[in-house]
Write a protein that binds this ligand. Structure first.
Ligand code: GLA
Length: 735
C-alpha cells in the first residue's frame, strides 16, 4: 500500500495526498505551523509556496527574535493561539488562573498511524479497515500552561476529503478554561473566493446563498444550541467561475449538532483566514490537570469538478463512512404519517382506516406522530410522559401496532425525548429536570421546555421510559423530534465556573442517548427531525440515516430546500412527503404528480389523510407507489447530479445514475407557465458517452454523448404552473 502521509524532514513539510488531492503545511520558525496548500494532487513539493519574507508594518515578530520579516500575523495559519502576535481570530483561547487568555503554541512532533481513531463521545467519520486511511497527529505545546494540542488529520485513500479535529490535554499544574477550541483552521492566500452558505428558517431551511467576501470577518453560525434551521454547519468556498460541473470548490462541514461557528476573515492582505468549530459564544470548558477535551470533527472536501463533485464526495462519505445504521443502504420504506392528516385529533379507529387504505395503496409503513402519549390533545401538555394515552388507545399501543403489522405494514412512532411540559407527570415529580436559570422564569417555545440533558439522571429517566415502549419489539421506526431551541442555559449539577459547558454537555448528552438507543435497538430505523430540518447535520447522520427535511411540504418550496440540502447530504437522507393541495404551510396549489415527482427526489412518503382522497387520487398514489418501488434503489442511492439549480430560475432538474452507468432517473420541473414560453433544454450528466440509452416511456433511443452534449427540449405542455416530468433511461444492451 502506498503511503498517504509524508513528512519531509529537510523542508519540514507535511504532505497528505491520495490520487486526487494534496494537503500541505509546514513547520516554520518558532515551531509555527503554516498552511501551504489544499487542492488538486501534486506528486511532490519543492518549496514553491515558501512565504515571501517582508517587513510588514504593525505585524510584529516572534518573542525574543528581531527578524522583522517573520510574523505570525501574516504567515498563513494552520492552528493559532490567542495573544501570539496574530490579530486574526484565533483557533484557541484559554483563560488561565492569572486571567491571561494567551497561549503560544509551538510544534513538538508528530505521529502517523494507519486507520482513523474514534473520537470519544462524538460522532465522526470512520474506517472499516485500517488500510483505507492514514492519520497524522501533530503535537503543539504551550510551555507555560503545559497544554498539549493534538491536531488530528485523516486522509482517505479513495475519498477527496481530509478529516480534522483537535484534542487538548492539560499536562500542566493548574486548571484552565478553554474558551475556544476550533476543530480546524486554514489560510488561503491569493485566491479570490466566494462563499456558499446554507441559511434558512423554520419551513425555509437551507437556502443556498453565494456571496463575495470583502475584507473583514464573516461569521456563519448557530447560537441556538442545535445546528439549526437558520444556518447549517457548512460552508463552501468556490472560485467565482465555479458552477455545478466545473471549477474549484472546497466544502467545509462540521460533524456536530450544536452551536457552530464558521469564520471567514479576509484580512489586510486579502488572505482568507478560515476557522471552524464549536461556537465560542457562552463556551468555557474547565480543563483540570490530567484532563483532555476532544473537539468535533471538521470535514474538508476538495473538488476540481464544481459543486456536483463536492456534493458527491460528501454523499458517499456520509453514506459509507458516517452512517452506522444497518439501514443506510437499505430501500427506505414508503410511509404514511398521520400528522398533517389528523394533527392531535385522532382515535385508534380513525388511524386504522388510514392504515387500511395505506395497505390498499401499497404503502409500507404507518407512522404514528405526535399525540399518542400522556394526555396530549394539544401542544400544552405531556412531553416527558412517554406512556400511551389510554383515551386514544384503550387497548394499549401494542394492540394498535399489531393491527398495523397485521395489515402488512411496518409501524413507526414519534418521540420528542429532549422536552418537558409543565403539565406532565415528569415535571410534577422532577421539576428540577427542566433546564432553567435559578431565580428566573424559563422561556417557553411551542409551550414546551427543555430537559437538562447534560445530567445523566435525566437521560436515564427518559431512556428508561422509552425502553418500556420499545422493548415490546413492535416498533420498526422512530421519528426523533425536537421542536424548540435552547434558552435558559444552566445545569443545576455544575458549579458556577462550569456553566459555560452547558451547551456542549447538552449535545454530548444527546449523543449519549442516541448511542444507547442504537446499541440496544439496531433493528429500529431512526429518522431525525427538529421542526422539519432544524437539526440536519452530519452528527445526526451518524445515528439517523434519514431526517425530515422540512415542515414545508410544498413541492415548489421544496425545490430550493432539497437543492440546498443536496449540496452536502445524500438524497436518501432527506425524507420528503406528498401532502395536500392547497399546501398547509404556504397555500400553494400544485399538481399531484409534481408533488410526487419532487418527493421522489428523497425518501417518498405521504403526509395526508388517505381516506379523504378522491378515487382518482388514490389510483394516482397506487401508481406512484408501485413506480417508486421500481426506481427507489436508483433514486435513493444513485450518484446524484444537480443539472439545473432552482435558484433565480424558472427550472429545476436533477438526476441519479447507477454505479455502472446503465440506468438513470431524471426529473425536470418548470415552475411558472408562460403563454409565449422560451424553449429550455436539459442536458444530462454522468452517463457513458459510448452507450445508447432508451427513454423507457417513449422507446426513443439516444446516445449517452447525445444526452449529455445536446440534451433535449423541456416539455412545453401541459400549459399550467408547476409541472414536473420524470424520465427513466436504460442502456439498450441492458434489458
Ligand atoms: C414537528 C415535526 C412535524 C410533526 C410535529 C408534531 O413540527 O416537524 O413533522 O411531527 O412536530 O408535533
Amino acid at each position: 500500500m502506498s503511503k498517504l502521509i509524508e513528512f519531509d524532514e529537510k523542508q519540514q513539510v507535511f504532505h497528505l495526498h491520495n490520487q486526487n488531492i494534496s494537503y500541505l503545511f509546514s513547520v516554520e520558525k518558532g515551531g509555527t505551523l503554516s498552511h501551504l496548500y489544499f487542492g488538486k494532487r501534486v506528486r511532490s513539493y519543492h518549496g514553491g509556496l515558501t512565504y515571501p519574507k517582508l517587513d510588514r508594518g504593525f505585524s510584529g515578530n516572534l518573542p525574543g527574535d528581531l527578524d522583522r520579516t517573520f510574523s505570525r500575523d501574516t504567515l498563513p495559519k494552520e492552528y493559532s493561539g490567542a495573544g501570539e502576535m496574530d490579530f486574526h481570530s484565533p483557533a484557541t483561547i484559554v483563560r488561565q488562573a492569572n486571567g491571561s487568555n494567551a497561549v503560544f503554541l509551538h510544534y513538538a512532533g508528530y505521529e502517523i498511524a494507519p486507520g482513523k481513531p474514534k473520537l470519544p463521545g462524538l460522532p465522526a467519520a470512520y474506517v472499516e479497515n485500517a488500510d483505507e486511511a492514514e492519520t497524522l497527529t501533530v503535537k503543539l505545546i504551550d510551555d507555560l500552561t503545559g497544554l498539549e494540542y493534538d491536531l488530528l488529520y485523516t486522509i482517505y485513500r479513495d475519498r477527496d476529503v481530509i478529516a480534522r479535529s483537535v484534542k487538548v490535554a492539560n499536562k500542566g499544574k493548574e486548571s484552565v478554561h478553554l474558551e475556544k477550541v476550533a476543530s480546524m483552521q486554514m489560510d488561503l492566500v491569493g485566491q479570490d473566493l466566494e462563499a456558499i452558505t446554507l441559511p434558512g428558517a423554520h419551513v425555509n431551511e437551507r437556502h443556498p446563498q453565494r456571496s463575495r467576501l470583502v475584507q473583514g470577518r464573516h461569521v456563519f453560525e448557530s447560537r441556538r444550541g442545535t445546528s439549526s434551521h437558520q444556518m447549517n454547519p457548512f460552508v463552501a468556498l468556490v472560485d467565482p467561475k465555479t458552477d455545478e460541473f466545473a471549477g474549484d470548490a472546497w466544502g467545509l462541514a462540521l460533524v456536530y449538532s450544536g452551536n457552530h461557528e464558521f469564520e471567514l476573515e479576509k484580512d489586510q492582505l486579502n488572505q482568507l483566514h478560515i476557522t471552524v468549530g464549536i461556537n465560542e459564544y457562552n463556551f468555557s470548558w474547565k480543563l483540570n490537570p490530567g484532563d483532555s477535551f476532544q473537539t468535533p470533527e471538521a470535514l474538508l472536501v476538495y473538488s476540481a469538478s464544481g459543486l456536483n463533485g463536492m456534493s458527491q464526495t460528501f454523499h458517499s462519505l456520509i453514506l459509507d463512512r458516517v452512517m452506522r445504521s444497518k439501514f443506510k443502504k437499505a430501500p427506505r420504506p414508503i410511509l404514511v404519517n398521520n400528522w398533517e392528516a389528523t394533527y392531535f385529533d385522532f382515535t385508534e379507529d380513525k388511524l386504522k382506516e388510514i392504515v387500511d387504505e395505506a395497505k390498499e395503496l401499497g404503502i409500507e409503513m404507518f407512522v404514528l406522530d405526535d399525540g399518542w402519549f400522556g394526555h396530549r390533545d394539544d401542544d400544552y401538555s405531556s412531553l416527558g410522559d412517554w406512556q400511551v394515552f389510554a383515551k386514544k388507545f384503550p387497548q394499549g399501543l401494542k394492540h394498535f401496532a399489531d393491527y398495523v403489522h397485521g395489515q402488512g405494514l411496518k409501524f413507526g412512532l414519534w418521540f420528542e425525548p429532549e422536552m418537558i411540559s409543565y403539565d406532565s407527570d415528569l415535571y410534577r415529580t422532577h421539576p428540577d429536570y427542566l433546564m432553567q436559570v435559578p431565580g428566573r422564569k424559563p422561556s417557553p417555545a411551542r409551550n414546551q421546555y427543555l430537559l437538562d440533558l447534560g445530567r445523566k439522571e435525566v437521560r436515564d429517566n427518559i431512556f428508561d421510559q422509552m425502553t418500556k415502549i420499545l422493548d415490546g419489539g413492535s416498533i420498526d421506526y422512530i421519528k426523533w423530534d425536537m421542536n424548540r431551541h435552547l434558552s435558559d442555559i444552566y445545569e443545576s449539577d455544575l458549579p458556577a465556573d462550569q456553566q459555560g459547558e452547558v451547551y456542549h454537555r447538552y449535545v454530548l448528552g444527546l449523543y449519549d442517548l442516541f448511542e444507547r438507543l442504537v446499541d440496544r435497538y439496531p433493528d429500529i430505523l431512526l429518522e431525525g427531525c427538529s421542526g422539519g430540518g432544524g437539526r440536519f447535520d452530519i452528527g445526526m447522520a451518524y445515528y439517523c440515516p434519514q431526517i425530515w427535511a422540512s415542515d414545508n411540504s410544498d413541492a415548489i418550496a421544496r425545490l430550493v430546500i432539497q437543492y440546498g440540502t443536496s449540496l452536502v447530504y445524500p438524497q436518501s437522507m432527506m425524507t420528503s412527503h406528498v401532502s395536500v393541495s392547497p399546501n398547509e404551510q404556504n397555500g400553494r396549489i400544485t399538481p399531484f404528480d409534481t408533488r410526487a415527482a419532487v418527493a421522489m427526489c428523497g425518501d417518498l412518503g405521504y403526509e395526508l389523510d388517505l381516506t379523504k382522497m378522491s378515487d382518482e387520487d388514490k389510483a394516482a398514489v397506487k401508481k406512484q407507489v408501485a413506480d417508486y418501488k421500481q426506481i427507489r434503489e436508483l433514486t435513493q442511492y444513485g450518484k446524484f447530479y444537480t443539472l439545473k439549480a432552482p435558484l433565480d430560475s424558472n427550472e429545476a432538474a436533477w438526476m441519479t445514475v447507477s454505479d455502472d452507468r446503465n440506468e438513470a432517473i431524471v426529473t425536470t420541473v418548470e415552475i411558472m407557465s408562460y403563454a409565449q414560453p422560451y424553449l429550455t433544454k436539459t442536458k444530462l450528466a454522468g452517463l457513458d458517452p459510448d452507450k445508447d440509452y432508451e427513454d423507457l416511456a417513449t422507446g426513443q433511443v439516444y446516445g449517452g454523448d447525445e444526452l449529455m452534449n445536446l440534451g433535449f427540449y423541456d416539455p412545453t405542455q401541459p400549459r399550467k404552473d408547476f409541472t414536473a416530468k420524470m424520465y427513466h433511461f436504460k442502456a439498450v444492451d441492458q434489458h
